[in-house]
Ligand binder design. Structure first.
Ligand code: NAD
Length: 457
């Protein structure tokens, strides 16, 4: 099934000229609207509730910079849904963060937590800033002030942040410390996850998202949809983004025999047909700040790299990287969404039509929140599990999640099942994508739990 290309210039030009609405809320609603056709017995009145965020906090605060000047920063924290438990989701620091983006990412967290069966709702946060222009001191001040501004809207049983784009273990340590100063006398370790190992963090959390990307791919390949590629061994892999997730995923794929032929960071991409050892890439990046310029490589732009001939393409950086204007030229057999929202809804349709498989973000990068949950459990019990125990539990979660989605997907694709309201003689496309099915399972679980709890009062 994989690999059908769009072969006439006319078709390609038509796709490139599609005016796509990339508003993150519009994109997430399009995905939701498609998925609910596959939800069993969804009470109509719940749809609006499931679409809307429960709570949005917007804060603006001043920071005294190192040179004595004062700058005002804006931050957001959104809780989308709390039906299964406290909000859970990362905080990103990026100059392009918007409230709309944070809302759509919080929704994604609701579906991700429900899909991997952990007792959290969805949340997300962001601060509009460019960490590349900030000193360590300024980052610490922004983090502490943002945490203080959020006040009791976060908490171990209310809303639990974690790392995301351009935030890390150190950022989480500052969040914990600030919250702990404001709430003395309580076990505050579980207020935030992704903390340093020596400070309430879990073994394996730093590597969890990247390793989870690998486990999801491994399980998917074992289903033999691609008869010539039932393991990652020998697969030619392209990875966009060499941050936490991309670098760890690169190591896991490399360890298991894949060939990493191209990688990029924010400066651009590098290609080498004979493949890269991820340690070599990271050593060069640590020394030079970028992988661009590595010896014996061909430099390419990020957009060109996405279109390389390969078996597995892993976007592990920003959203909206695969769109209507380039989806027709993607040559990978499988796309594994390590990043959140890297593919637009129109691109999704083009890829589905072309027979390119896609493991969606809510499965592919769910390893991070799964081990965040393990960290939260360890913090409540004041325990620290060893690395093997964490990794074994992670692998089991990723396999179960993939199996659940695969089983349901097969009912529609191999079996004779049709979505709600569609009869056999209608000529609509009834073969859903994995995203559609994975989302429908999550929505079904959240909707079911909402009704079981009973609508208050
Ligand atoms: P990170 O800050 O560690 O790394 C981001 C990487 O993206 C960097 O290598 C950067 O150079 C690269 N990048 C930035 N702009 C780029 C561009 N225009 N083109 C190509 N590369 C670019 O972030 P991360 O934690 O690795 O997160 C990456 C993605 O994974 C994000 O979408 C995030 O939401 C998602 N994610 C992260 C986690 C986690 O546990 N960290 C969990 C789930 C999902």
């Amino acid at each position: 099934m994989a690999g059908k290309t769009i072969n006439t210039n006319e078709q390609q030009n038509m796709l490139e000229n599609i005016e796509e609405n990339l508003d993150p809320i519009v994109c997430s609603e399009k995905q939701f609207d498609k998925a609910i056709r596959y939800v069993k017995e969804l009470k109509k009145g719940l749809i609006e509730f499931l679409k809307k965020p429960k709570r949005i906090n917007i804060v603006n605060f001043p920071i005294e910079m190192d040179d004595g000047s004062v700058k005002t920063f804006s931050g957001f924290r959104v809780v989308h849904n709390r039906v299964f438990g406290p909000g859970k989701g990362g905080i990103r620091y990026h100059p392009d963060v918007t409230m709309e983006e944070v809302v759509s990412l919080a929704k994604l967290m609701t579906w991700k937590c429900a899909l991997v069966n952990i007792p959290f709702g969805g949340a997300k946060g962001g601060v509009v800033c460019n960490v590349k222009d900030l000193s360590e001191n300024e980052k610490r001040h922004i983090t502490r002030r943002f945490t203080a501004e959020l006040a009791d809207n976060i908490g171990p049983h209310i809303d639990i942040p974690a790392p995301d784009l351009y935030t890390d273990e150190q950022t989480m340590a500052w969040i914990f410390d600030t919250y702990d100063m404001l709430h003395p006398g309580e076990n505050n370790w579980p207020v935030v996850t992704g903390k340093p190992i020596g400070m309430g963090g879990s073994y394996g959390r730093h590597e969890a998202t990247g390793n989870g990307v690998y486990f999801a791919t491994e399980r998917f390949l074992s289903k033999a949809l691609l008869p010539d590629q039932q393991t990652v061994a020998g697969a030619r892999v392209v990875i966009q983004g060499l941050g936490n997730v991309g670098a760890i995923a690169a190591k896991a794929f490399f360890r298991n025999g894949a060939k990493i032929i191209a990688v990029s960071d924010s400066q651009g991409g590098v290609y080498r047909e004979s493949g890269f050892d991820p340690d070599e890439l990271l050593a060069f990046k640590n020394k030079h700040g970028t992988i661009v310029g590595m010896p014996d490589t061909m430099t390419m732009t990020n957009p060109d790299m996405l279109e390389l001939e390969c078996d597995i393409l892993i976007p592990a950086a920003l959203s909206n990287q695969i769109r209507a204007d380039n989806a027709g030229r993607i040559k990978a057999k499988i796309i594994v969404e390590a990043a959140n929202n890297p593919t637009t809804p129109t691109a999704d349709e083009i890829l589905l039509e072309r027979g390119i498989y896609l493991i969606p973000d809510i499965i592919a990068n769910a390893g991070g929140v799964s081990v965040s949950y393990f960290e939260w459990v360890q913090n409540q019990a004041n325990e620290q599990w060893d690395l093997k125990e964490v990794n074994d539990r992670l692998q089991k979660k990723m396999y179960q999640t993939m199996d659940d989605a695969f089983r349901r997907w097969q009912e529609y694709v191999v079996g004779d099942k049709l979505p709600a309201g569609i009869t056999k003689d209608q000529t609509v496309c009834v073969k859903p994508s994995f995203r559609c099915i994975a989302l429908s399972i999550a929505i079904e679980r959240v909707a079911g739990a909402t009704l079981l709890r009973g609508i208050w009062p």
